[in-house]
Design a binder for this molecule. Structure first.
Ligand SMILES: Cc1cc2nc3c(=O)[nH]c(=O)nc-3n(C[C@H](O)[C@H](O)[C@H](O)COP(=O)(O)OP(=O)(O)OC[C@H]3O[C@@H](n4cnc5c(N)ncnc54)[C@H](O)[C@@H]3O)c2cc1C
Length: 390
């Protein structure tokens, strides 16, 4: 049985970023990825914010994976009113983005094993044994394990963690042609409960998708395409699941850390997860490195620091779930009124005078003013989403 210091299961942004931060501290983690090509199949709208790229020093290196750049986004309400979001963002080729991270990890000294599905994991004495049937060496004994396996959390369940719950389903077409000139989000409680439709133009093609708790997602998305007169040829269909309620309660034990979607690290308003996946991966990698260094002197592991470091961030706060509940709790009637009040305004750039004008409009609308608390949480949720990417 091969012995390794840190095994990382999953070669998405969370696992690869964990590998990068461990390898940059002089360690040699192994990333196990079940697919033969990193980043494929793509299950993503491929939207990312400038903040995210800046945080990981990726702006200068972004030429290979960035497709288009946007200064803002548009958030549509059922009344067809639009709220502007001043979020500097990009559409990317997500497979190339993930492959870039894999190369960075390898360059720093990590190993990335492709076509290596981990089928089981159990604890034995002070180690964790992981099993694969994909190669000759069937078992690895590891000191620490980082679970970056995405939203299903199968290994996490084996090891006594709860997989992120609930999950929401997303479905997307890649459509020929460039439809629209910025990132667009369409909210409608009746058509897309607990979610929205999106239009993210790339070059020569556009990602058009839906995320919702409603069934018949494909039918609803087809209807959306009809309404928006998006007639381009459908080149590809992708679907996937996303944790809906934000970070899980239990994120670590003595030698194991959950990162990215496996830990529910997703913004519960727009359901974007790339940035939080990378951030949680980075912190987990650093904490694993500290543990390995500490082990030289005393044999004791602790990943408590992973949680305490994460807890400093706004997105970890339970208030985000309140924002989610408030925003997705609004009826279409309320959403339309909110849309009309904020129509054409940049939600994060409202001047003092405008604030007074908005406040007056809210007061004149008893059905909205009765929900002022929900409106506050919605505003706060949008702000956090803006700061953290979608
Ligand atoms: C349709 C859709 C659209 C989205 N659009 C956006 C968007 O525009 N912007 C955004 O920020 N977020 C978006 N998200 C969310 C985002 O894609 C995820 O939050 C992000 O990929 C999480 O990264 P991760 O590394 O945690 O997990 P993943 O990217 O899911 O990576 C997990 C990896 O683990 C591998 N794996 C799983 N189990 C095993 C195993 N047992 N052994 C070996 N390998 C294993 C998988 O093959 C996979 O490569 C979208 C999600 C979906 C489904």
């Amino acid at each position: 049985m091969e012995e390794i210091d840190v095994a990382i299961v999953g070669g998405g942004p969370s696992g690869l970023q964990a590998a990068i931060s461990l390898a940059r501290k002089g360690h040699s983690p192994i990333v196990f990825e079940e697919h033969p090509i990193i980043g494929q199949p793509i299950q993503c709208g491929e939207g990312i914010s400038l903040n995210a790229l800046e945080e990981f020093d990726l702006v200068k290196k972004s030429k290979s994976f960035v497709v288009r750049e946007y200064e803002n986004c548009k958030i549509y309400f059922p009344s067809n009113d639009v709220i502007m979001g001043d979020i500097h963002s990009y559409t990317i080729n997500r497979d190339i983005f993930d492959q870039h991270l894999a190369k960075e990890a390898q360059r720093a000294g990590a190993e990335v094993k492709l076509s290596s599905k981990i089928n089981g994991a159990y604890k034995k004495n002070e180690s964790i044994i992981i099993k694969t049937t994909s190669e000759k060496k069937q078992e690895y004994k590891c000191e620490m394990l980082i679970l970056a396996e995405g939203p299903q959390g199968r290994l996490a369940s084996n090891l006594g963690f709860s997989p992120p719950s609930p999950l929401i389903s997303a479905f997307e077409y890649r459509v020929e042609g460039e439809w629209g000139d910025t990132l667009e989000f369409y909210f409608d409680k009746e058509k897309y409960p607990f979610g929205y439709c999106w239009i993210f133009p790339k070059k020569g093609e556009t990602n058009v998708g839906i995320v919702t708790t409603a069934k018949e997602r494909k039918t609803r998305l087809d209807r959306f395409l009809e309404e928006k007169k998006i007639t381009g040829k459908k080149i590809k269909m992708v679907g996937g699941q996303i944790p809906m309620n934000g970070p899980s309660n239990k994120l670590y034990d003595k030698q194991i850390m959950l990162v990215g979607d496996a830990a529910g690290m997703v913004n519960p308003i727009f359901y974007g997860g790339i940035r939080l996946a990378m951030l949680s991966g980075k912190i987990a990698g650093e904490v694993a490195a500290t543990n390995l260094e500490r082990k030289e002197n005393e044999f004791s592991y602790s990943c408590k620091e992973y949680e305490s470091k994460l807890k400093k961030y706004e997105f970890m706060k339970k208030v985000n779930l309140k924002c989610h509940n408030s925003f997705y709790g609004f009826s279409n009637k309320s959403l339309s009124k909110i849309g009309t009040i904020f129509n054409n305004k940049y939600i994060n750039r409202i001047e003092k005078l405008e604030k007074l004008e908005i406040f007056w409009k809210i007061l004149k609308n008893p059905s909205i003013s009765r929900k002022i608390k929900d409106l506050y949480y919605m505003y706060r949720g949008f702000k956090i989403a803006r700061d953290w990417g979608f």
